[in-house]
Write a protein that binds this ligand. Structure first.
Ligand code: PLP
Length: 454
């Protein structure tokens, strides 16, 4: 038994490559389709939105892609991130299980998102791009790209979902401190935003709408590209530094996880912690249980349809095959803003179809209860999104207790909740409602799925 609590990796052991799971998949994922021709998209179709290096990463089947040294240099500001053994949580639960968590809240923006924001900004800067647009829900992605833009001299414009723009002034202040411009979405600066406002001037916005606005600006301005904080293959790959580090740290601890848990919004932090382990398995290594946890109010992976759909509401993006609730689905305004997306990363969806991962969903009150228990035992107040992973890990630990099994559980604590204390205030006041998703609205949104010839 290892009694240590904290496992720190020497900087010299920080991974030098990202891991690309495409190299090890038994079946390739379905191709991305052009919405006009319904033919697979090629690199040139994506060129208005992304620099070529990132497009090549998006379609790459190389197992390892080198992390450029200037990116590693920035990573050293907070990486390697610590791995903790949650001794006090284990004791509080009375479980024989060992619980480890990888903590990504040590980054400047307080979550895993700078792991991809920094390389994305760097590749854009290398390609001579000086302006980037993006969307943000809870504000974590917007602040991460704002930070990365400041490092490499890129002007960042962030379309922030209206509800969170109004409810989270501190995230906006953080983006502006880093030098970014922040607009509430839907806005009157784009055709897609104006169309929504014409129907409903008080529309609360959604990630799908904010993506449409950011994509529209990039597609119609030669000097501007677009940056996405989740879902895409290259974004998931950038996050694999998390799982690779965790592997080395668990080796230091003399342990190996039986179960790996992560929360899923678009799927990037989950992919980050588990893809390197799944890769080992696909190359003949040990099989582990991998559990994705999502909110019951936005259950794309557990209750969505595996089908071709658009990534945005105005249907400007290519079609990808994924678990989706329908691109016009507006999730209820619950507190884990970062998990309010209608779709799931195509790669995560594909792994679910191949039965390489499991998925489960919990209501927000149960997740906050888990987060508060975790904070009182381990000291860190998790982001509302991360509470879903905490909840998933606690469920596994209690199962181990009931079964008398001393399994090893690893989960990704993807961010801290210091900018989300309003959510904790509302939870403590009993004001959070557990919304089951609206069956009727969901059926309507799914009825609108694009028809794709087989
Ligand atoms: C953005 C975000 C998420 C959701 O995005 P994924 O791509 O699913 O990781 C989860 N947790 C935190 C802390 C986030 O900032």
């Amino acid at each position: 038994m290892n009694d240590r609590t904290k496992f720190l990796l020497d900087e010299s052991r920080m991974p030098k490559h990202w891991y690309n799971i495409m190299a090890d998949l038994p079946v390739p994922p379905a191709p991305v389709l052009h919405p006009g021709t319904m033919q697979p998209v090629g690199p040139d179709d994506l060129a208005p939105l992304f620099p070529m290096e990132l497009i090549l990463q998006e379609v790459s089947t190389e197992r390892e892609i080198e992390i450029p040294e200037p990116v590693r240099e920035v990573f050293r500001l907070w990486r390697p991130s610590p791995l903790f053994r949650a001794h006090r949580l284990e004791k509080a639960l009375g479980t024989p299980a060992k619980i480890y968590y990888k903590y990504e809240g040590v980054s400047p923006a307080g979550s895993h998102k700078p792991n991809t924001a920094v390389p994305q900004a760097w590749y854009n800067a290398q390609a001579g791009i000086r302006k980037l647009t993006t969307e943000t829900g809870a504000g974590q992605w917007g602040s991460s790209l704002a930070f990365a833009g400041a490092l490499f001299g890129i002007d960042v414009t962030v379309y922030q979902v209206r509800v969170s723009y109004d409810q989270k002034p501190y995230r906006r202040a953080l983006m502006e401190t880093y030098g970014a411009k922040c607009l509430p979405s839907p806005s009157d600066t784009t055709n897609s935003g104006r169309a929504i406002l014409a129907q409903n001037p008080n529309h609360p916005g959604s990630l799908g709408i904010a993506i449409s606005e950011a994509v529209e600006i990039a597609a119609t301005h030669d000097d501007t590209k677009y940056s996405l904080g989740s879902v895409l293959n290259h974004v998931l790959m950038h996050q694999t530094i998390i799982g690779q580090e965790a592997m080395l740290q668990l080796e230091m601890a003399g342990d190996d996880p039986d179960v790996i848990v992560g929360c899923t919004g678009g799927g990037s932090n989950f992919a980050g912690i588990c893809f390197p382990f799944i890769g080992q398995q696909l190359r003949g290594g040990r099989k582990r249980r991998i559990v994705a946890v999502e909110p019951a109010a936005c259950p794309s992976l557990t209750r969505g349809k595996f089908a071709y759909d658009f990534g945005d509401t105005a249907h400007l993006t290519p079609l990808t095959k994924m678990h989706t609730l329908g691109s016009t689905f507006t999730p209820p305004g619950f507190h884990a803003g970062g998990l309010r997306y209608h779709g799931m990363a195509p790669l995560v969806s594909h792994l679910k179809e191949l039965n390489l991962i499991e998925a489960t969903a919990y209501h927000q009150n149960a997740c906050f209860e888990a987060g508060v228990l975790f904070a009182r035992a381990e000291g860190i107040v998790p982001a509302p999104e991360a509470n879903h992973a905490v909840k998933g890990a606690i469920v596994e630990a209690l199962r181990c207790k009931a079964e008398g099994k001393a399994e090893t559980i690893l989960f990704n604590l993807c961010g801290h909740g210091h900018f989300d204390m309003t959510a904790y205030i509302n939870y403590a006041a009993g004001k959070l409602t557990d919304q089951t998703y609206d069956e009727k609205e969901l059926a309507m949104a799914l009825a609108g799925l694009p028809s794709v010839p087989a």
